[in-house]
Ligand binder design. Sequence first.
Ligand code: CIR
Length: 260
Amino acid sequence: MLIAVTRPVSPTLAQCELTHLAREPIDIARATAQHAAYEERLGELGAGIVRAPAAPDLPDAVFVEDTALVLAEVAVITRPGSPRRRLETAAVATLLSAYRPLACLTPPATLDGGDVLQIERTLFVGRSSRTNEAGVEQLRRLLAPFDYRVIPVEFTGCLHLKSAVTRIADELLLANPDWVSSSPFRPLEAIPVDAREPYGANALRIAGTVVYPAQFPRTRDRMVERGLGVVSLDCSELAKAEGAVTCCSLVFQDGESAYR
Ligand code: CIR
């Protein structure tokens, strides 16, 4: 079964970390409703929603993607680049230990899950303000026994690698060419976002459907023209906290076979 781990929107979300965006008021009730709709869509696409415990004092806890990488063989508990966000990992580790053996990044490594784009057994890791060289190296070492390739990738202009590029189909990526070059990802083809929608490269592919923010209709049309099924949802309040659709869940297959 497909599992999507999520975590409730904290009432303190307005105090979130911000790197590239100016702080704006966030309507918590609206953010909570948008998050509930997100969980509902994932449920409709076949994912069982498993909620990590609420963390009212951790503003960014809803962005659960940054705290772990769940691979078939192991869950890597990250060490987020923002010191405040490191407090988010303990509860996620406890939850994930029911599904996978755990491996934990340790100092001086820092790494946010949003910087890791998995393409089969290759993990592209963005070098960012959150993910350092030691993070990339430790990840490579931890995963060596499982035969993963870890490839560092440069990008600019946004917080995480997956703000600049995500996978939307077996052979297709969605990318902002101003922020990341598509050459490291060849032979996969990268559909460029519409230039008026620079934040439009973050899409969540789940069970063959692309879950995608309604704020980016022009880029959405590009995906639809390529024959992709796209489910739109409003995540405008979460976007003010510099989050989008991948960051609100950890999606993986449950079940024994995943370990082999
Ligand atoms: C942060 O700056 O850490 C949060 N406000 C946003 C994190 C978004 N995470 C993601 O895209 N993976």
